[in-house]
Write a protein that binds this ligand. Structure first.
Ligand code: EPU
Length: 333
């Protein structure tokens, strides 16, 4: 156990916060100590720290940081490869591992700052792919029952940036994730920005590795590097609204950016925020990125209060202008 640990290096937003207690989880033996703390104090599981917003200067409980690493091939045949990956593994290293072997299923998710264990929580998705489509199961350690449980994909209730792991009581620690990767590669290039890039560069022979490279290039063109400008990726979710509300909005805003989402319409939150004048706008130490209006950036020294103030201002303006509720995607602590 470590005490009074500065969490700034452990959150990509670069917010100042101190953890009263801090525990690194590397092996199953480390879970004994964690389990003995369960019920005594609030426990926060921390992966890469790429989706957390520490609004207070102090976290009064225990931060348990996942540092278990490893990729284990469980089974393979000529079509598929089943792997089990430890939760503390860096997501992008796993993507590289798969792409190097010509395995597909996660290549469009290249470059996402995350740990493998955090990936199922919000069902990370980008460039036309969601992690739910390659996950087969999630192994959790149940602190309440003091045992491991395997949760099958169908039981995870995966949806757009959502899963059962968002609504648990804090007793389920994701320890390993099982994936099924394919050896029969069919490129997924339906996402407009990716399709355009591949056409423009005249790429004919695609591989998972090449897709991952192109996705990283697109990300680098518009998303800020958290090492330079602190951020948590998309700050809000793209709102999903009824079709009739969309039709009404379309009359007033011809260029509104929207995508089909079942019977409903998913509206680009970046577009909504941009229309309200926040793209590239800076208020003190905080602002919305100048190349992607959905990404809140910390210019250095921003406080949790600054973050929430700007977030609420944007939510209010979007509601007034479009009558749409923007929900925060990041995990507010
Ligand atoms: N757009 C604007 N203004 C902007 C940026 C975008 O109007 O400042 C419009 C453009 O028309 C653009 C469209 O919005 O074509 C979509 O933009 P983008 O491709 O950047 O995607 P997004 O919907 O803003 C989502 C995910 C990202 C993911 C990208 C790519 C959410 C909340 N965000 O963003 O995920 O990388 O798609 O697939 O769904 C994250 O979750 O942290 C994240 C970065």
């Amino acid at each position: 156990m470590e005490y009074n640990i500065d969490l700034k290096p452990y959150n990509t937003f670069g917010l100042n916060c101190k953890a009263k207690e801090f525990l690194r989880l590397r092996t199953e033996e480390d879970l004994d100590l964690l389990q003995s703390e369960y019920g005594k104090q609030t426990i926060l599981f921390l992966g890469f720290g790429a989706n957390v917003v520490f609004v207070d200067n102090e976290f009064g409980g225990l931060v348990a940081k996942l540092e278990n690493k490893g990729i284990d091939v469980k089974e393979e045949d000529k079509n598929f490869c089943s792997v089990e990956v430890e939760a503390g593994q860096t997501w992008d290293d796993f993507v590289d591992w798969a792409c190097e072997r010509g395995l597909s299923g996660v290549e469009n998710l290249a470059g996402i700052p995350s740990s493998v264990g955090a990936a199922p929580v919000q069902n990370i998705g980008a460039y036309g792919m969601e992690v739910k489509d390659s996950i087969t199961y999630v192994v959790v350690f149940d602190l309440k029952e003091n045992k491991f449980i395997t949760i099958k994909n169908e039981e995870c209730n995966f949806a757009y940036r959502n899963s059962i792991f968002k609504y648990q009581e804090g007793n389920l620690l994701i320890w390993k994730v099982g994936f099924c990767l394919s050896k029969n590669f069919t490129p997924n290039i339906n996402y407009k920005a990716l399709e355009e890039k591949i056409k423009k560069e005249n790429i004919v022979s695609l591989t998972p590795k090449l897709i991952a490279q192109k996705v990283r290039e697109i990300r680098n063109e518009k998303l800020p590097n958290f090492k330079v400008l602190g951020n948590v990726g998309s700050f809000f979710k793209n709102p999903v609204i009824e079709k009739h509300q969309y039709e009404l909005l379309k009359k007033d805003y011809k260029d509104i950016v929207a995508f089909d989402s079942g019977e409903k319409k998913k509206i680009s939150a970046a577009w909504l925020i941009e229309q309200c004048g926040y793209k590239g706008k800076r208020i003190g130490n905080i602002g919305m990125h100048d190349r992607q209006a959905l990404v809140m950036v910390n210019y250095g020294g921003a406080s949790g209060e600054d973050v929430l103030h700007l977030a609420h201002q944007i939510q209010k303006n979007v509601k007034e202008k479009f009558n749409i509720d923007l929900n925060i995607e990041a995990h507010i602590i």
